[in-house]
Design a binder for this molecule. Structure first.
Ligand code: GLU
Ligand code: MG
Length: 631
């Protein structure tokens, strides 16, 4: 989850003193990179996925499932057996926020050929097997976005009690510090977010109201000193630690573009898909042992790292702080980067004016300058004493410090200094899916989207405020089926039209509708599968693209299976993971219609998940009957 430096981390008081220093040198480092590589052109697409995993233990005797806090050791084993002895090892492993998490990526990026789509699932399967082999017999690797009983008594192995005292890291009533990765970056981020904010983070998720859920739903927290009671909203599940958010798992894809211009174009175009693909990947309905009324993790993580002071949040008039800041550091993007996007930038953008000017003076254009000047309104959160003074020509840690703690739906990534890596964009909203088949399907779908966007010069841009509205809607329970999303009507008629008019209107099938807006509300089914006379649908466009590509039969079959999953999730023929989990719980014989996910229900749910993920059980309602080549 970002830059990992070694050394002695500074506390918040110290960090604050160096904030301007870090920002100043961060900008110099960015300018140095920009000037060196702004004209770099490369013609090949490269891309890679990141899957975050949880380690869990199935305690059969007690019918209890716990998360296992051995991520550190497992990671060491995996790196020692892999990348440390073989630079071409097919997998790479990295730490993640939870001490029960690890993150896996392919050893080398994928290239631009179609046949590589046929190797994604194989690589994910390798990762799952490799990591599983490093676990104890009753432990397993699990790709569930949010552990349903995260923060419930005894949810970790070994068991630890939370320590809600100031000397602790989170000061949480529920989440013990031992569940945080032991690398100092993670505890430092956690403590400094809390100190900067001036209180613990506050996460309130609406509870799902079932027949026997108490009304109002109000909890009593025995160890609370009053802060919890003040922060917790009635009819909400209250959480108070970064771990409740950053302790969740996701699925990300990073693309290398052929030039900075292409990266900016892709960044903008993909931003409009974030809410749509997130809703399609919805997989996190349960929090702290309760059934919630949301299906996605996004808002939970957003609140879990919200370091803004009351002044910055607009609760008090600005006195000590510089800016009113409208969003958490983990949130949706606030401005488009391409010239096509400029006219759709309709969100209030707080920027650091001095930095903005410095960037303009340094030769950066307005759109890129305001993007960076916006990221740099934040303070650095974790600084290592040994890393204060750097060689700005050859290092970029200060830039990365701010960049990697702005966790937005999309990330625009300049090349690291002195590397042969190009300009990249990262697509970050997806929830991780249960099986390698599903994760591959979502990843391949997104990569194919980039291919058609670039080949057909498609334009999906709508005002960014509408994308933000979509982000809110996308997290709601069963949004895929029940909600409507703003989407661009004529995607062939962008600021950069690539098709001639005849082809475009034949393909998009839009009759004149007399409506002057460029966008309208559509269901996800319409967006993905199309609707006669309304919108051509992304899957039909992808199929059209595939028909014109040379693809071997086996790869084509794999891709078709993937697209079928997306198509059926969008139409409602197949369930999202969130919906499937909700149904499992509501039909469990021990479920009391009280919104509580007990230890036994959680055990049965995750046992079933594990059996499905390891190919021991089928689950046609979740992903149909794909031919699985690996199990
Ligand atoms: N786990 C975080 C999420 O679910 C992302 C952390 C990262 O940036 O790697 O979005
Ligand atoms: Mg990660």
């Amino acid at each position: 989850m970002g830059l990992l430096s070694q050394g002695s981390p500074l506390n918040w008081e110290e960090t604050k003193k160096y904030a301007d220093h870090i920002r100043k040198h961060g900008i110099i480092q960015f300018l140095n990179i920009y000037n060196k590589v702004k004209d770099r052109q490369r013609d090949v697409l490269k891309w890679g996925d990141e899957v975050e995993y949880m380690l869990i233990e199935m305690d059969e005797a007690n019918e209890k499932v716990r998360i296992v806090l051995s991520g550190g050791e497992v990671l060491e084993t995996l790196q020692e057996q892999g990348e440390k002895i073989n630079p071409n090892h097919p997998t790479l492993w990295r730490p993640e926020y939870g001490s029960y998490m690890i993150e896996g990526t392919p050893g080398q990026p994928y290239g631009g050929t179609m046949s590589e789509f046929n190797t994604v699932e194989d690589n994910m399967d390798k990762r799952r097997r490799e990591a599983s082999a490093a676990l104890k017999p009753n432990e397993t690797l699990c790709t569930v976005t949010a552990f349903p009983r995260l923060g419930c008594p005894g949810f970790t192995k070994p068991e630890y009690r939370p320590t809600p005292v100031e000397a602790g890291v989170s000061r949480s009533l529920f989440f013990p510090d031992e569940a945080i990765n032991t690398h100092p970056r993670f505890s430092t981020l956690t403590r400094n977010i809390r100190h900067r904010r001036g209180e613990k983070v506050v996460i309130n998720v609406p509870i799902f109201r079932d027949q026997k859920t108490p009304t109002p739903f109000v909890e009593n927290f025995p160890e609370d000193d009053g802060e919890g009671a003040r922060a917790a909203l009635p009819d909400h599940i209250y959480m108070d630690a970064m771990g409740f958010g950053m302790g969740n798992c996701c699925l990300q894809v990073t693309f290398q573009a052929c030039s900075i211009a292409e990266a900016r174009y892709l960044y903008d175009q993909l931003a409009t898909f974030c809410p749509i693909v997130m809703a399609l990947s919805a997989a996190s309905p349960f929090y702290r042992g309760y059934v919630s009324d949301i299906d996605c993790r996004w808002g939970v993580i957003s609140a879990s790292v919200d370091d803004r002071t009351p002044e910055e949040r607009g609760l008090k008039p600005l006195k000590n702080d510089k800016y009113r800041i409208f969003k958490s550091r983990y949130d949706s993007i606030d401005s488009y980067l391409s010239s096509c996007g400029e006219k759709y930038n309709d969100i209030d953008l707080t920027i650091d004016e001095d930095i903005y000017k410095q960037l303009l003076d340094g030769g950066i254009d307005k759109l890129l300058a305001q993007h960076i000047a916006h990221l740099f309104i934040r303070d650095p959160l974790s600084i290592f004493e040994e890393k204060l003074n750097l060689d700005d020509e050859n290092e970029s840690d200060h830039f990365e410090n701010l960049q990697s703690t702005n966790w937005q739906t999309m990330r625009f990534k300049p090349p690291p200094p002195n590397s042969d890596i190009g300009w990249r964009v990262e697509f970050r909203p997806m929830e991780v899916q249960l099986t390698d088949f599903e994760n591959s399907a979502y990843v391949v779908f997104v990569v194919l989207l980039t291919r058609v966007i670039l080949s057909y010069k498609l334009d999906f841009l709508i005002p960014l405020s509408k994308v933000d509205e979509n982000m809110k809607v996308a997290q709601k329970r069963n949004a895929v089926q029940e909600d409507m999303f703003y989407f661009r009507k004529d995607i062939f008629k962008g600021c950069n039209p690539g098709l001639d008019g005849a082809t475009a209107s034949a393909q998009n099938g839009v009759e004149t509708d007399g409506d002057s807006e460029e966008y309208m509300l559509m269901s996800i089914d319409t967006i993905i599968n199309g609707k006669e006379g309304v919108f051509p649908g992304l899957i039909p466009i992808l199929n059209c693209y595939l028909e014109n590509m040379e693809v071997d039969v086996d790869t084509r079959c794999t891709i078709l299976n993937y697209l079928k999953l997306i198509k059926k999730r969008a139409s409602g023929e197949l369930m999202t993971m969130a919906k499937w989990m909700r149904e499992f719980v509501s039909q469990h014989p021990q479920y009391q219609q009280d919104s509580v996910v007990t230890d036994k229900i959680n055990y049965d749910l995750l046992r079933k998940c594990d059996r499905i993920a390891t190919g021991q059980e089928r689950c046609p309602e979740l992903f149909g009957e794909p031919i699985n080549r690996f199990k």
